[in-house]
Design a protein around this ligand. Structure first.
Ligand SMILES: CC(=O)N[C@H]1[C@@H](OP(=O)(O)OP(=O)(O)OC[C@H]2O[C@@H](n3ccc(=O)[nH]c3=O)[C@H](O)[C@@H]2O)O[C@H](CO)[C@@H](O)[C@@H]1O
Ligand SMILES: C=C(OP(=O)(O)O)C(=O)O
Length: 420
């Protein structure tokens, strides 16, 4: 297993190209299963979660053809309704997203319960309820979900999500575009990745209104046509490099990052003493003065994203004063706390909150990555820690960050990836 060795203390400066969004890419690959017409995706990030989804799609007979860099054409004309096996599905959470498209296209689906980051129980009951609202019969047995559409296929319906779940909204959307008549999705997730999925589905021939708001309307069934879609930039990757600039007292231009996707994060960074402003090419993030402790609570979009909570904790661990960080989305998303503490961070975990008392300096130590964002939080801390930080199990990182070490090294970081 590869590990990263970081020698901290360097101020970062330069530009970072922000890749396409992981959380847009994964549902879009699942969506290709809906149609017998090819879908070309551009700005696809080169990360292992995307590979996993492509392997999964390939298992259903989707032909995956690589085009120019970051571009892939997915042709599901000859797709078959196989069974998604645990071995592939456990590698990523988003593998559950094939359920809606398979059910919609073939009338039935059997998919293993998904894996992904171990940050909580992560049930998929809301996905299943959404499918039931469209007339499907759903059962969970032996770690597999089986869903069957009624005779004549799925029918439009009213889906009320008790939580604005991103995945459940995406499952609902993908199933609804195959259903006869109108589907209304209420309390839908408003994440930009949901709107991006809807934009691609519309390009593929679906009729969708309101994606990106709490109420989405779908008129089905879609007549599919070939489509090309360019993914939105990864706002979580951008937020991560924003913290890299902030924590090292550096200056990074995040090429392609969009302020409108990062409004709350930018406000919070400003409060913490970091300046963020749009440029012609993206966003500039820089810090010249002291870091100020700033409280944060994770919320569904447009609130502060849970996927940036760990990175922000690394930042607050070297700020002046004490910050309270509250996690409201996942019940077990503090796996990075004991690892950050190894580097000398002063953290007190109480239930769903962590009190972070800023320390003057962190000190390098061997630490273990436990999930995607925990990994990157340790790397960010390592960038300012005195001496050497060794982050083990970096395969977690490869799930969601394209070329992270190389991007940081280009901006002046001292990082080495050592094969294990
Ligand atoms: C591939 C992808 O896009 N992953 C993102 C997606 O995950 P994911 O789609 O899994 O996250 P959800 O928005 O569904 O989860 C939010 C909350 O709802 C709960 N829940 C969800 C579904 C369900 O059927 N029942 C239920 O109780 C979850 O356990 C969690 O507590 O959104 C999360 C929240 O922004 C992000 O952290 C993940 O990076
Ligand atoms: C939790 C995450 O991913 P996933 O939902 O794919 O496990 C994440 O991207 O931080």
């Amino acid at each position: 297993m590869d590990r990263l060795i970081i020698r901290g203390g360097r101020r970062l400066a330069g530009t970072v190209d922000i890749a396409g969004a992981k959380n847009a890419a994964l549902p879009l690959i699942a969506a290709s299963l809906l149609s017998d017409r090819p879908v070309t995706l551009a700005n696809l990030p080169a990360i292992t979660d995307v590979e996993t989804m492509q392997v999964l799609a390939g298992g259903y007979g989707v032909r995956v053809t690589r085009g120019q860099a970051h571009q892939v054409t997915l042709d599901a004309a000859a797709a078959v309704n196989a069974e998604a096996h645990y071995d592939t599905v456990r590698r990523a959470r988003a593998t559950a997203l094939v359920l809606g498209p398979l059910l919609g296209r073939f009338g039935h689906a059997r998919v293993s319960l998904p894996g992904g980051c171990a940050i909580g129980a992560r049930p998929i009951d809301l996905h299943l309820k959404a499918l039931t609202a469209l007339g499907a019969e759903v059962a969970v047995d032996g770690g597999y979900v089986t869903a069957r559409a009624p005779h004549g296929g799925l029918a439009g319906g009213r889906i009320v999500l008790t939580l604005p779940s991103v995945g459940a909204t995406e499952t609902a959307l993908m199933a609804a575009v195959t259903a006869r008549g109108e589907t209304e999705i209420l309390n839908a997730a408003r994440e930009p990745e949901v709107a991006d999925l809807a934009a691609c589905l519309v390009a593929m021939g679906a009729h969708i209104e309101g994606a990106g708001t709490q109420r989405i309307l779908v008129q089905g069934p879609a007549s599919f046509r070939p489509a090309t879609h360019t993914l939105i930039p990864d706002r979580i990757e951008a937020g991560t490099y924003a913290v890299a600039a902030a924590i090292t007292g550096g200056r990074l231009e995040l090429i392609g990052a969009r302020l409108e996707h990062l409004a709350v994060q930018c406000q919070i960074l400003e409060r913490a003493g970091v300046s963020v402003y749009p440029t012609d090419r993206g966003l500039m993030v820089e810090r010249a003065g002291h870091l100020r402790a700033t409280d944060v609570s994770t919320e569904p979009y447009p609130g502060f994203p849970t996927d940036l909570q760990a990175q922000f904790m690394a930042l607050m661990s070297v700020a002046e004063g004490a910050a309270m960080i509250r996690e409201t989305i996942f019940e077990n998303r503090f796996m990075h706390v004991p690892e950050l503490a190894r580097l000398g961070a002063d953290l007190t975990l109480r239930g769903t909150s962590v009190l972070v008392r800023g320390v003057e300096r962190l000190r390098g130590a061997p630490v273990m990555a436990t999930d995607l964002r925990a990994s990157v939080c340790l790397i960010l801390a390592g960038l300012v820690a005195e001496g050497e930080t060794v982050v083990n199990r970096v395969y977690h990182l490869d799930r969601g960050y394209e070329d992270l070490a190389r991007k940081l090294v280009r901006c002046g970081a001292d990082i080495e990836r050592v094969p294990g």
